[in-house]
Ligand binder design. Sequence first.
Ligand code: SF4
Length: 351
Amino acid sequence: MSEMNKAFIKNLPIDAVERVFAALGEKPYRAKQLFNWLYEKNVGSFHDMTNFSKELRQGLDDSYELSALVLEDRLVSALDGTEKYLFKTRDGHFIESVLIRRDGTDEGRLTVCVSSQVGCPMGCGFCQTARIGFKRNLEPAEILDQLCHVRRISDLRNNNVVFMGMGEPFLNYENVLTAADIMNYSYGFHLSVRKITISTCGILPAIERYIDEKRPYNLAISLNDADPVKRARFMPVEKKYPIESVAALLEEKFPVSRNRLTLEYIMRKDNISSEDAGRLKKMFRHGWIKLNLIPLNRGDHGMELPSVGEVERFVKELEIMNVPVSVRKSSGTDIDGACGQLSGRRYHEAK
Ligand code: SF4
């Protein structure tokens, strides 16, 4: 079988792996052992799976590809130790992932930000990924392998995962949820549901499906403007799925779901007025939503950055109104690893 034709083993959930082993005449517990090698031990070759017979290792190697991505480049921020990884897919596309060290050390909160699509069709005005356009969805193996590479290189054991890299995760719903389930599975990465966050710009039918299916992971929605007119200027999704409809859906369904919900709000100079704070307060009359404020990063998006003083005043105004709020520090701004800065560099270099 040619390398290009081999299936990615990491596309398979545990029940599918059990069926593969059954067809090979192997016991079902082999599936758990394989998961343990793939994710917990995170090996790079079937031949490292030493409790499998030589024939079984060779049989797996003949039919399956273990790694879906090749590491092309790794940049480390001199400012805070944030790491940005560039990967090449088997069909020659480029995607990026980011390892964020919240306090600049290994002791702090470690978060891996993964991509879900090559490029993105959503066209948000502040986002470098949008400029690539949409190429294709990533397969589960390509999502999981980002984490495998980053954990292997950085020697991570337990970290947070956020689906906030390149792409709109809810336009690749099945593959993203398959990958998240394997991250959570006890023989996979065994990450708790509280350590996995899926972010969306507001794909209404997918949010409803996610809640109805009782998916357990944290949900984050990119809000960025509480004023629908202003939001539509930077987020074309507003025209198709107005944030007011998303808010109505959340109001109806979210209180009974078990998820944690965060609304992400990138602060520009023109969305942090007292009027904006008032609109947010209205949206936050229910206390179960948290607002995550992120200062706009530099970039050629043509938008004005707020000053430190303006940000402080806006945060104070929200706090006085009892809006649950946190301010996220941007990470890796010197290596373009911060929010909205992932561009799959090679696409822009090739132009
Ligand atoms: S911000 Fe997210 S949804 Fe919007 S274009 Fe960028 S990657 Fe896509």
